[in-house]
Design a protein around this ligand. Sequence first.
Ligand code: KG4
Ligand code: ZN
Length: 350
Amino acid sequence: MRVLAIESSCDETAAAVVDESGRVFADVVRSQVKLHAPYGGVVPELASRDHMRAVSLVVREALDRVGGFSNIDGIAATTRPGLAGALLVGVQAAKGIAWARDLPFVAVDHLVGHLLAAFLEREGSPTDKPEYPFIALLASGGHTAIYRVDGPELSQIKELGGTRDDAAGEAFDKIAKLLGLGYPGGPIVDRLAAQGRAENFPVPMPMARRDSLELSFSGLKSYVARALAERGMPKDEAEIADICAGFQRAAIGSLVTKTLRAAKAEGVDTVVLAGGVAANRELRTRAAAACEKAGKRLVVPAFASCTDNAAMIAYVGALRLARGERDDFSVPTATRTSLVRTTRKGGGPR
Ligand code: KG4
Ligand code: ZN
Protein backbone atom coordinates (compact mmCIF):
# COMPACT_ATOMS: atom_id res chain seq x y z
CA MET A 1 0.00 0.00 0.00
CA ARG A 2 1.99 3.00 -1.26
CA VAL A 3 0.45 6.23 -0.06
CA LEU A 4 0.98 9.78 -1.24
CA ALA A 5 0.47 12.23 1.64
CA ILE A 6 0.29 16.00 1.86
CA GLU A 7 1.20 17.96 5.01
CA SER A 8 0.42 21.69 5.30
CA SER A 9 -0.61 22.16 8.94
CA CYS A 10 1.90 24.88 9.82
CA ASP A 11 4.91 26.32 8.00
CA GLU A 12 6.10 23.36 5.92
CA THR A 13 4.51 22.34 2.63
CA ALA A 14 5.37 18.67 2.23
CA ALA A 15 4.53 15.62 0.13
CA ALA A 16 5.81 12.07 0.53
CA VAL A 17 5.27 8.50 -0.60
CA VAL A 18 5.57 5.76 2.05
CA ASP A 19 4.19 2.22 2.46
CA GLU A 20 2.73 0.51 5.54
CA SER A 21 6.11 -0.99 6.45
CA GLY A 22 7.46 2.55 6.83
CA ARG A 23 9.64 2.49 3.72
CA VAL A 24 10.15 6.06 2.46
CA PHE A 25 10.11 6.25 -1.37
CA ALA A 26 9.91 10.04 -1.63
CA ASP A 27 9.97 12.83 0.96
CA VAL A 28 9.79 16.45 -0.16
CA VAL A 29 9.66 19.30 2.37
CA ARG A 30 9.51 22.98 1.45
CA SER A 31 10.00 25.17 4.50
CA GLN A 32 8.50 28.65 4.85
CA VAL A 33 10.92 29.55 7.62
CA LYS A 34 12.47 32.49 5.72
CA LEU A 35 9.03 33.94 4.98
CA HIS A 36 8.11 34.08 8.69
CA ALA A 37 11.54 34.90 10.12
CA PRO A 38 11.10 38.72 10.05
CA TYR A 39 8.02 38.31 12.27
CA GLY A 40 9.66 35.96 14.79
CA GLY A 41 6.86 33.41 14.38
CA VAL A 42 4.44 31.91 11.89
CA VAL A 43 1.97 34.38 10.33
CA PRO A 44 -1.12 32.25 9.49
CA GLU A 45 -2.30 34.25 6.45
CA LEU A 46 1.17 34.21 4.89
CA ALA A 47 1.43 30.48 5.58
CA SER A 48 -1.83 29.71 3.73
CA ARG A 49 -0.84 31.79 0.74
CA ASP A 50 2.55 30.15 0.48
CA HIS A 51 1.05 26.66 0.77
CA MET A 52 -1.12 27.59 -2.25
CA ARG A 53 2.02 28.37 -4.23
CA ALA A 54 3.96 25.31 -3.12
CA VAL A 55 1.54 22.44 -2.83
CA SER A 56 1.46 21.33 -6.46
CA LEU A 57 5.26 21.67 -6.69
CA VAL A 58 5.96 19.32 -3.77
CA VAL A 59 3.36 16.81 -4.98
CA ARG A 60 4.84 16.78 -8.47
CA GLU A 61 8.35 16.29 -7.12
CA ALA A 62 7.29 13.40 -4.87
CA LEU A 63 5.44 11.75 -7.78
CA ASP A 64 8.41 12.19 -10.12
CA ARG A 65 10.60 10.32 -7.63
CA VAL A 66 8.31 7.27 -7.61
CA GLY A 67 7.51 7.23 -11.32
CA GLY A 68 4.03 8.77 -11.24
CA PHE A 69 0.54 7.80 -10.17
CA SER A 70 0.77 4.20 -11.36
CA ASN A 71 2.79 3.52 -8.20
CA ILE A 72 0.29 5.13 -5.79
CA ASP A 73 -2.45 3.14 -4.05
CA GLY A 74 -4.00 5.81 -1.82
CA ILE A 75 -3.95 9.44 -0.69
CA ALA A 76 -3.61 10.88 2.82
CA ALA A 77 -3.53 14.40 4.26
CA THR A 78 -3.03 16.04 7.63
CA THR A 79 -6.52 17.24 8.56
CA ARG A 80 -5.75 18.30 12.17
CA PRO A 81 -4.39 19.91 14.32
CA GLY A 82 -2.92 23.03 12.76
CA LEU A 83 -3.66 26.46 11.35
CA ALA A 84 -7.15 26.44 9.83
CA GLY A 85 -6.30 28.11 6.52
CA ALA A 86 -3.03 26.22 6.12
CA LEU A 87 -4.69 22.82 6.66
CA LEU A 88 -7.39 23.55 4.06
CA VAL A 89 -4.84 23.98 1.27
CA GLY A 90 -3.23 20.55 1.68
CA VAL A 91 -6.49 18.75 2.44
CA GLN A 92 -8.30 20.17 -0.60
CA ALA A 93 -5.36 19.31 -2.85
CA ALA A 94 -5.32 15.74 -1.49
CA LYS A 95 -9.08 15.30 -1.88
CA GLY A 96 -8.90 16.68 -5.43
CA ILE A 97 -6.16 14.22 -6.38
CA ALA A 98 -7.99 11.29 -4.79
CA TRP A 99 -11.20 12.19 -6.62
CA ALA A 100 -9.54 12.76 -9.99
CA ARG A 101 -7.51 9.53 -9.76
CA ASP A 102 -10.25 7.49 -8.10
CA LEU A 103 -7.94 6.59 -5.20
CA PRO A 104 -9.00 5.97 -1.57
CA PHE A 105 -8.51 8.90 0.82
CA VAL A 106 -7.74 8.98 4.56
CA ALA A 107 -7.38 11.82 7.06
CA VAL A 108 -4.39 11.77 9.45
CA ASP A 109 -3.87 13.51 12.79
CA HIS A 110 -0.53 15.35 12.70
CA LEU A 111 0.32 14.32 16.29
CA VAL A 112 -0.16 10.62 15.49
CA GLY A 113 2.25 11.17 12.59
CA HIS A 114 4.89 12.57 14.95
CA LEU A 115 4.32 9.75 17.47
CA LEU A 116 4.85 7.02 14.85
CA ALA A 117 7.69 8.74 12.94
CA ALA A 118 10.22 6.40 14.59
CA PHE A 119 8.89 3.61 12.32
CA LEU A 120 10.02 5.34 9.12
CA GLU A 121 12.86 3.62 7.27
CA ARG A 122 15.33 6.08 5.81
CA GLU A 123 18.94 7.17 6.14
CA GLY A 124 19.69 7.99 9.76
CA SER A 125 16.77 5.93 11.13
CA PRO A 126 17.46 3.84 14.23
CA THR A 127 18.46 0.27 13.30
CA ASP A 128 15.76 -1.20 15.53
CA LYS A 129 12.22 0.11 15.39
CA PRO A 130 10.41 0.65 18.69
CA GLU A 131 8.12 -2.07 19.98
CA TYR A 132 4.69 -1.37 21.44
CA PRO A 133 4.00 -0.27 24.09
CA PHE A 134 6.30 2.74 24.31
CA ILE A 135 6.36 6.11 26.06
CA ALA A 136 6.74 8.99 23.62
CA LEU A 137 7.84 12.51 24.36
CA LEU A 138 6.43 14.74 21.63
CA ALA A 139 8.02 18.19 21.82
CA SER A 140 7.64 20.60 18.91
CA GLY A 141 6.89 24.23 18.26
CA GLY A 142 3.15 23.75 18.62
CA HIS A 143 2.74 20.73 20.92
CA THR A 144 4.39 19.21 23.96
CA ALA A 145 3.08 16.14 25.76
CA ILE A 146 4.02 12.67 26.97
CA TYR A 147 2.05 9.71 25.61
CA ARG A 148 1.65 6.01 26.21
CA VAL A 149 1.46 4.36 22.78
CA ASP A 150 0.08 0.80 22.81
CA GLY A 151 -0.44 0.59 19.05
CA PRO A 152 -0.92 2.74 15.95
CA GLU A 153 -4.64 3.40 16.31
CA LEU A 154 -6.12 6.51 17.91
CA SER A 155 -7.74 4.45 20.65
CA GLN A 156 -4.33 2.97 21.55
CA ILE A 157 -2.67 6.34 22.21
CA LYS A 158 -3.12 8.03 25.57
CA GLU A 159 -1.83 11.40 26.72
CA LEU A 160 -0.29 11.07 30.19
CA GLY A 161 0.53 14.75 30.66
CA GLY A 162 1.14 17.80 28.53
CA THR A 163 2.13 21.42 28.76
CA ARG A 164 -0.24 23.70 30.58
CA ASP A 165 0.85 26.66 28.49
CA ASP A 166 3.62 27.06 25.87
CA ALA A 167 5.10 24.20 23.84
CA ALA A 168 8.79 23.42 24.48
CA GLY A 169 9.88 24.57 21.01
CA GLU A 170 7.86 27.75 21.46
CA ALA A 171 9.86 28.44 24.65
CA PHE A 172 13.14 28.04 22.72
CA ASP A 173 11.82 30.40 20.04
CA LYS A 174 10.72 33.00 22.62
CA ILE A 175 14.06 32.94 24.47
CA ALA A 176 15.87 33.43 21.16
CA LYS A 177 13.56 36.36 20.40
CA LEU A 178 14.24 37.94 23.82
CA LEU A 179 17.97 37.67 23.13
CA GLY A 180 17.60 38.93 19.53
CA LEU A 181 19.04 35.70 18.10
CA GLY A 182 16.67 35.07 15.17
CA TYR A 183 14.02 32.50 14.23
CA PRO A 184 13.53 29.59 14.72
CA GLY A 185 15.31 29.78 18.05
CA GLY A 186 15.73 26.08 18.89
CA PRO A 187 18.79 25.29 16.77
CA ILE A 188 20.46 28.63 17.70
CA VAL A 189 19.90 28.22 21.45
CA ASP A 190 21.08 24.59 21.17
CA ARG A 191 24.34 25.69 19.51
CA LEU A 192 25.02 28.58 21.91
CA ALA A 193 24.11 26.55 25.00
CA ALA A 194 26.85 24.07 24.12
CA GLN A 195 29.37 26.91 24.51
CA GLY A 196 27.90 28.32 27.73
CA ARG A 197 27.90 27.42 31.42
CA ALA A 198 24.49 26.80 32.95
CA GLU A 199 25.91 27.40 36.47
CA ASN A 200 26.44 31.04 35.52
CA PHE A 201 22.72 31.51 34.87
CA PRO A 202 20.79 29.09 37.08
CA VAL A 203 17.13 28.72 36.09
CA PRO A 204 14.70 26.75 38.27
CA MET A 205 13.23 23.68 36.59
CA PRO A 206 9.47 24.19 36.03
CA MET A 207 6.96 22.02 37.95
CA ALA A 208 9.88 20.02 39.36
CA ARG A 209 8.38 19.12 42.72
CA ARG A 210 5.06 18.01 41.37
CA ASP A 211 4.33 14.30 40.96
CA SER A 212 2.12 14.92 37.95
CA LEU A 213 3.35 14.52 34.39
CA GLU A 214 2.18 17.99 33.43
CA LEU A 215 4.67 20.46 32.01
CA SER A 216 4.94 24.24 31.85
CA PHE A 217 7.25 26.47 29.85
CA SER A 218 5.79 29.99 29.95
CA GLY A 219 7.37 30.62 33.39
CA LEU A 220 10.82 29.96 31.95
CA LYS A 221 10.35 32.77 29.48
CA SER A 222 9.12 35.14 32.18
CA TYR A 223 12.07 34.17 34.39
CA VAL A 224 14.59 34.99 31.67
CA ALA A 225 12.75 38.20 30.70
CA ARG A 226 12.75 39.37 34.33
CA ALA A 227 16.43 38.54 34.76
CA LEU A 228 17.29 40.50 31.61
CA ALA A 229 15.24 43.48 32.80
CA GLU A 230 17.07 43.44 36.16
CA ARG A 231 20.63 42.90 35.01
CA GLY A 232 20.41 44.42 31.51
CA MET A 233 20.92 42.75 28.14
CA PRO A 234 23.97 40.48 27.87
CA LYS A 235 27.16 42.33 27.00
CA ASP A 236 28.90 39.65 25.00
CA GLU A 237 28.50 36.29 23.29
CA ALA A 238 29.78 34.40 26.36
CA GLU A 239 26.99 35.87 28.50
CA ILE A 240 24.37 35.01 25.85
CA ALA A 241 25.74 31.46 25.78
CA ASP A 242 25.42 31.19 29.58
CA ILE A 243 21.79 32.34 29.46
CA CYS A 244 21.01 29.82 26.70
CA ALA A 245 22.73 27.07 28.70
CA GLY A 246 20.82 27.93 31.90
CA PHE A 247 17.46 28.07 30.13
CA GLN A 248 18.12 24.89 28.17
CA ARG A 249 19.20 22.94 31.25
CA ALA A 250 15.89 23.75 32.98
CA ALA A 251 13.70 23.11 29.91
CA ILE A 252 15.38 19.84 28.92
CA GLY A 253 15.63 18.77 32.57
CA SER A 254 11.89 18.95 32.98
CA LEU A 255 11.22 17.08 29.70
CA VAL A 256 13.62 14.26 30.59
CA THR A 257 12.52 13.99 34.24
CA LYS A 258 8.82 13.78 33.38
CA THR A 259 9.34 11.35 30.48
CA LEU A 260 11.34 8.93 32.63
CA ARG A 261 8.80 9.30 35.43
CA ALA A 262 6.10 8.28 32.95
CA ALA A 263 8.07 5.25 31.73
CA LYS A 264 8.64 4.06 35.30
CA ALA A 265 5.04 4.67 36.40
CA GLU A 266 3.65 2.81 33.37
CA GLY A 267 6.22 0.00 33.59
CA VAL A 268 7.10 0.53 29.93
CA ASP A 269 10.65 -0.26 28.73
CA THR A 270 10.91 1.79 25.53
CA VAL A 271 11.08 5.58 25.26
CA VAL A 272 10.71 7.38 21.92
CA LEU A 273 11.49 11.02 21.13
CA ALA A 274 9.42 12.94 18.58
CA GLY A 275 8.96 16.48 17.24
CA GLY A 276 11.41 19.23 16.29
CA VAL A 277 12.84 19.61 19.80
CA ALA A 278 14.05 15.98 19.56
CA ALA A 279 16.86 17.46 17.45
CA ASN A 280 18.22 19.11 20.61
CA ARG A 281 21.59 17.66 21.55
CA GLU A 282 21.19 18.12 25.29
CA LEU A 283 17.81 16.36 25.12
CA ARG A 284 19.34 13.45 23.21
CA THR A 285 22.32 13.01 25.55
CA ARG A 286 20.39 13.49 28.79
CA ALA A 287 17.54 11.22 27.66
CA ALA A 288 20.09 8.57 26.66
CA ALA A 289 21.85 8.78 30.05
CA ALA A 290 18.58 8.74 32.02
CA CYS A 291 17.25 5.76 30.01
CA GLU A 292 20.47 3.81 30.48
CA LYS A 293 20.37 4.42 34.22
CA ALA A 294 16.73 3.30 34.41
CA GLY A 295 17.24 0.26 32.15
CA LYS A 296 15.00 1.67 29.39
CA ARG A 297 15.63 1.61 25.66
CA LEU A 298 15.71 5.00 23.92
CA VAL A 299 14.69 5.33 20.26
CA VAL A 300 15.52 8.60 18.50
CA PRO A 301 14.16 8.95 14.95
CA ALA A 302 16.22 10.38 12.08
CA PHE A 303 16.34 14.16 12.16
CA ALA A 304 14.19 14.43 9.02
CA SER A 305 11.54 12.30 10.75
CA CYS A 306 11.43 14.58 13.84
CA THR A 307 10.71 17.92 12.17
CA ASP A 308 7.49 18.43 10.22
CA ASN A 309 7.29 16.19 7.16
CA ALA A 310 4.74 14.31 5.06
CA ALA A 311 6.44 10.90 5.34
CA MET A 312 5.07 10.40 8.86
CA ILE A 313 1.59 11.32 7.57
CA ALA A 314 1.89 8.92 4.62
CA TYR A 315 2.94 6.12 7.01
CA VAL A 316 -0.08 6.59 9.28
CA GLY A 317 -2.27 6.88 6.15
CA ALA A 318 -0.83 3.63 4.76
CA LEU A 319 -1.54 1.82 8.05
CA ARG A 320 -5.13 3.09 8.04
CA LEU A 321 -5.71 2.15 4.40
CA ALA A 322 -4.11 -1.28 4.94
CA ARG A 323 -6.64 -1.83 7.77
CA GLY A 324 -9.40 -1.12 5.24
CA GLU A 325 -10.27 2.30 6.64
CA ARG A 326 -11.48 5.08 4.31
CA ASP A 327 -12.69 8.65 4.80
CA ASP A 328 -15.13 10.35 2.50
CA PHE A 329 -14.57 13.78 1.05
CA SER A 330 -16.76 15.46 3.65
CA VAL A 331 -14.16 14.86 6.39
CA PRO A 332 -13.50 18.27 7.98
CA THR A 333 -10.29 19.97 9.09
CA ALA A 334 -9.89 20.95 12.75
CA THR A 335 -7.48 23.09 14.72
CA ARG A 336 -7.42 20.59 17.61
CA THR A 337 -6.06 17.07 17.77
CA SER A 338 -8.41 14.09 17.86
CA LEU A 339 -6.31 12.56 20.69
CA VAL A 340 -7.93 12.93 24.09
CA ARG A 341 -6.18 15.62 26.12
CA THR A 342 -5.83 15.21 29.86
CA THR A 343 -4.01 18.45 30.62
CA ARG A 344 -6.06 21.58 30.96
CA LYS A 345 -4.45 24.37 28.96
CA GLY A 346 -4.18 27.94 30.08
CA GLY A 347 -3.89 27.51 33.84
CA GLY A 348 -0.16 27.98 34.17
CA PRO A 349 1.70 25.96 36.83
CA ARG A 350 -0.48 24.67 39.68
O1 KG4 B 1 8.19 19.62 14.79
P1 KG4 B 1 8.57 20.96 14.24
O2 KG4 B 1 9.44 21.00 13.03
O3 KG4 B 1 7.31 21.81 13.90
C1 KG4 B 1 6.17 21.87 14.69
O4 KG4 B 1 5.28 20.99 14.54
O5 KG4 B 1 6.13 22.78 15.54
O6 KG4 B 1 9.25 21.75 15.46
C2 KG4 B 1 9.76 23.03 15.32
C3 KG4 B 1 10.22 23.49 16.69
C4 KG4 B 1 10.63 24.96 16.73
O7 KG4 B 1 10.05 25.56 17.85
C5 KG4 B 1 12.15 24.87 16.83
O8 KG4 B 1 12.71 25.99 17.50
C6 KG4 B 1 12.34 23.60 17.62
O9 KG4 B 1 11.36 22.72 17.12
N1 KG4 B 1 13.68 23.04 17.43
C7 KG4 B 1 14.57 22.87 18.43
C8 KG4 B 1 15.75 22.39 17.84
N2 KG4 B 1 15.54 22.26 16.50
C9 KG4 B 1 14.26 22.65 16.27
N3 KG4 B 1 14.45 23.11 19.75
C10 KG4 B 1 15.54 22.86 20.50
N4 KG4 B 1 16.72 22.41 20.01
C11 KG4 B 1 16.87 22.16 18.70
N5 KG4 B 1 18.03 21.72 18.23
ZN1 ZN C 1 4.68 19.08 13.96
